[in-house]
Design a binder for this molecule. Structure first.
Ligand SMILES: [Zn+2]
Length: 322
C-alpha cells in the first residue's frame, strides 16, 4: 500500500490508490474455513429415492452392495468402480489413460483438453476429486479466487475482540472473493486483467459447480466440493470443470494485453510518499490496481468489485449506486 502525503500541493489520483478496510469475519465459519457437509445448492446432487436414479447413481449403488466396498484405496470394488468411470470418461479427454497411484491413494485420469494436458485425481479415501488440473502458459500472474458462502460478512459483535478478522476479502460475486492479509490488492489487480466476459463465466461456473477455489499458477486448477456420490453425472461434471480451466488457461496465456489501459496516477504539486519526494508522473507504473476501486457495502460491510453489468452488492443485493 502506498501512502501519499501532500505537502502544499494537489494530488490527483485518477483511478488509482485505494484503501481497503478490513472485512469482518462471518460467525458461521468452521475451523479451517471449510463449510461442513456437501453444502451449496447443487443441481446435480443425488436425487431423492422417489426420483429415477441416474445411470451413475445406479452403478454406484450396485457397487456399494458388493462385499468389501468402502471408500479407501485398499477396497478392490471401489477401485474397480472408479477405474470403470474414468475409462468411460477417457475418450472425452484426448488420448486419456487411467493411472493408479497407490502411494497417494489416488486414481487419476490423465489426458488432454483444448490441446493442454489435464488430470483428474480421485482421492479414494473419500471418493472426491483430489485434483483437477490443467497445464498452462501463465503470462499474466498468480490468480486465486475462493468461494465460501460462510465468509459473507455478517454484523460483528463490537464487544467481541475475536470477531475481528485480519484477512481482507474483496468480493467478486456472492460468496466468491479474493483474500489475503497483505496481498489482496495484487490478486485483484491480476484478476482485473482477465477479460470481463471470461470473469463472468468463471464466477458463474464456480457457483454452478460448487467449487471451493480457482487457481492459476504454473498450472490452472479447480478445487471442488462434490464427491462422486453427490453427482448424477460425474463425467458431465468433469467436462464442465475442463471448460472452466480451458477458459482460464486461454485468458492468462494472453498476458497483459493492454498495459497502457492500466490506471495512471497523476501527480501535481509537491508530493512525498513514505518520506521520499516524488516527481510528477513517476507513479504511472506503480499503480497496479484494478480499473475501479472496490466499494464497501453500507449494509453488510462487504468489500466488493462492481462488475460492469451489475449495480448491487453481490452478497446482500443492496444497491451500490447510493
Ligand atoms: Zn452488502
Amino acid at each position: 500500500m502506498i501512502i501519499a502525503a501532500v505537502v502544499g500541493g494537489l494530488v490527483v489520483i485518477g483511478v488509482g490508490l485505494f484503501v481497503v478496510m478490513r472485512s469482518r469475519s462471518g460467525t458461521g465459519a468452521s475451523p479451517g474455513g471449510f463449510p461442513s457437509a456437501s453444502g451449496g445448492a447443487l443441481a446435480t446432487a443425488a436425487p431423492p429415492a422417489a426420483k429415477q436414479a441416474s445411470p451413475w447413481q445406479r452403478q454406484l449403488k450396485e457397487a456399494q452392495r458388493r462385499d468389501g466396498f468402502d471408500w479407501e484405496y485398499e477396497s478392490a470394488p471401489a477401485r474397480a468402480l472408479v477405474n470403470q468411470l474414468l475409462a468411460q470418461a477417457a475418450p472425452l479427454f484426448g488420448n486419456a489413460h487411467v493411472k493408479e497411484r497407490p502411494d497417494d491413494g489416488h486414481i487419476e485420469l490423465r489426458g488432454t483438453y483444448g490441446g493442454a494436458p489435464i488430470r483428474f485425481a480421485i482421492w479414494m479415501s473419500f471418493g472426491t476429486f483430489w485434483a483437477i488440473e490443467m497445464q498452462c502458459d501463465n503470462r499474466l500472474g498468480e490468480i486465486e479466487i475462493e468461494r465460501d458462502h460462510e465468509k459473507i460478512p455478517t454484523k460483528e459483535d463490537p464487544q467481541d475482540p475475536w470477531s475481528k478478522d485480519e484477512t481482507r476479502r474483496i468480493f467478486l460475486a456472492r460468496g466468491i472473493f479474493a483474500e489475503g492479509r497483505y496481498d489482496v490488492e495484487e490478486k485483484i489487480a491480476i484478476w482485473s486483467k482477465v477479460p470481463a466476459a471470461t470473469q463472468a463465466m468463471l464466477l458463474e461456473q464456480m457457483e454452478a459447480l460448487d467449487a471451493r477455489r480457482l487457481n492459476a499458477r504454473s498450472d490452472v486448477s479447480l478445487s471442488v466440493r462434490p464427491g462422486l456420490r453427490d453427482l448424477d453425472d460425474p463425467i458431465a461434471y468433469m467436462q464442465s470443470c475442463a471448460r472452466v480451466l480451458d477458459e482460464l488457461k486461454n485468458a492468462i496465456a494472453q498476458g497483459d494485453r493492454d498495459p497502457t489501459a492500466f490506471p495512471k496516477v497523476q501527480i501535481r504539486g509537491n508530493v512525498v510518499i513514505n518520506g521520499v519526494p516524488v516527481e510528477a508522473g513517476a507513479l504511472g507504473q506503480a499503480a497496479s490496481v484494478p480499473t475501479a476501486p472496490p466499494r464497501t457495502c453500507k449494509y453488510c460491510s462487504s468489500i466488493f468489485l462492481l462488475a460492469v453489468d451489475k449495480s448491487a452488492c453481490p452478497n446482500c443485493g443492496a444497491s451500490a449506486t447510493t
